[in-house]
Design a protein around this ligand. Structure first.
Ligand SMILES: Nc1ncnc2c1ncn2[C@@H]1O[C@H](COP(=O)(O)OP(=O)(O)OP(=O)(O)O)[C@@H](O)[C@H]1O
Length: 231
């Protein structure tokens, strides 16, 4: 999906943040991105989401370069979920219905209800203003809103950083069910080694501009047989 991507450090010093990195994302992959702070994990998600520029390289999905999809279609297919939830100052329901409004689709209320239940927000009033919610509640509402887009790839930036252990487990289980049902790939920045090991089948490590990859042992055979991926 990304080939020889080169990006300079945003500090303007001319040092590379990414040095010719290439990776493929396959349906149902769960990829944990790890590495020291400031090495470009969030930036890599934004590059994949076509929200940040690169100096050279190719970003594509299903064999088509990002430019040929157009920004709106790309964002439907590749959805970035930022660490800090950005909510409309309306109701929870307005926020949940936002993506269907933006993309002229019917709001799937039963699905939204099911997902809210699954992330432990079954009792939350949908008429509340998100400003009244806790950080962890906002993070889960944002995640459900993103899932309703039905994208091929979800880019999760520390998606459970504001959650207690129980809610974190609920979110992890829901995301695992979702990717099995829908074939969605999850590319997930997490600082938690234990979480990475629980959820991921592939691991990307970013440091000094290089991306190295390891794969779970039981995945090695299928991985080497199936390098084709989404691209
Ligand atoms: N808008 C910006 N302007 C200038 N520098 C930026 C900007 N955004 C990120 N950076 C710099 O780019 C580098 C990569 O940042 P990024 O947030 O991608 O790293 P990260 O690996 O996700 O870090 P962390 O683990 O701390 O979240 C950092 O050195 C950061 O200071």
């Amino acid at each position: 999906m990304i080939e020889n991507v080169h990006k300079n450090h945003p500090n303007g010093g001319g040092t590379p943040l990414f040095k010719q990195i290439s990776v493929v994302v396959r349906p149902k992959d769960v990829i944990a991105i790890q590495g020291p702070s400031g090495q470009g994990k969030s930036t890599l998600l934004r590059v994949l989401a076509a929200l940040d520029t690169i100096q050279s390289g190719r970003i594509s999905l299903l064999g088509r370069p990002v430019d040929s999809w157009g920004p709106c279609e790309w964002r439907k297919r590749v959805c970035y979920v930022p660490q800090q939830p950005a909510m409309l100052p309306k109701t929870v329901e307005d926020n949940l219905a936002l993506v269907s409004k933006l993309h002229q689709r019917k709001f799937d209320q039963p699905l939204a209800k099911r997902l809210m239940d699954e992330v432990g927000l079954g009792d939350l009033s949908w008429s509340q203003n998100p400003a009244e919610l806790s950080g962890g509640q906002k993070q889960r509402v944002q995640l459900v809103r993103s899932l309703l887009l039905g994208s091929d790839i979800l880019l999760l930036d520390e998606a459970t950083s504001a959650l207690d252990a129980q809610s974190k487990q609920a979110v992890e289980s829901m995301l695992m069910r979702w990717k099995e049902e829908r074939g969605t790939a999850l590319v997930w920045v997490t600082h938690e080694q234990e979480q990475a090991e629980r959820v991921a089948n592939r691991f990307w490590y970013l440091e000094n501009g290089d991306l190295s990859e390891t794969v779970k042992k039981d995945e090695l055979t299928s991985f080497s047989l199936d390098q084709g991926g989404v691209e």
